[in-house]
Design a protein around this ligand. Sequence first.
Ligand code: KIV
Length: 276
Amino acid sequence: MYTQLEQRGMPEPPVNVGTLRNMKEAGEKIACLTAYDASFAVLVDAAGTDLVLVGDSLGMVIQGHDTTVPVTVNDIIYHCRSVARGLRRAFLVADMPFMSYTEPGLALDNAVRLMQEGGAMMVKLEGGEGQIEIVEHLARHDIPVCAHLGLKPQSVHKIGGFKVQGREPDKAAEMIATARRLQDAGADVVLLECVPNEVGKAVTAQLSVPVIGIGAGPDVDGQILVLYDVLGITRGRTPRFVRNFQAEHPTPLEALRAYVKAVKDREYPAPEHCFS
Ligand code: KIV
């Protein structure tokens, strides 16, 4: 009965939360990318990406906004559905957009929509101490959750810009403690954005769940980048952690394969992509 779910005609079974945990334990780096449509989802999957995120970054790279704040649940569902059709092996995660998880009941309703209508296998929310109750509520209903810490782009207007987080010792200690509490609340994955290498390393060492980084240094369990940054088609100034793999390769598929290989071989991120 479960054969199709496990194999889908692939030589390797699709990635699930257990696969991600095993990769952490085995020390195999987890290669992750964002995607927003079916055509790129096929390429990202064929390149060997383990986890694909339909990020609310779509507000910036697809819709042309300056921030992720205008993105809605319906936007994520539309793109997630398209991406789901293109994937075979990769694990599909959908972002919960701005203000879609302010109360446990609202968060559960929206997470259910992202899974049932969008085809997501996990939801990601930007979390701190204030979201522990939400993570607990989702986990109690067996919704797989990724908690996003560090730079939280949905809070850009409160923070006053896209800035590295956790540079001061007290802020770093607070972030490490919050990551532990989010794991204890039921988070299955933690994502760290724009933090010094030392914070990425400490959080990864202290958690049993996989830690995925974007600008979080080389010592996290996996790396994620925005697809359009990897392909060099993002407008404007790119952050320090971005590497344009397309610049070195003739086709998008080869560029994506090179990204996955660089993550697996620990060649990306290099010191010039890190904050310390
Ligand atoms: O929305 C997004 O694409 C993200 C990544 C930056 C991790 O959250």
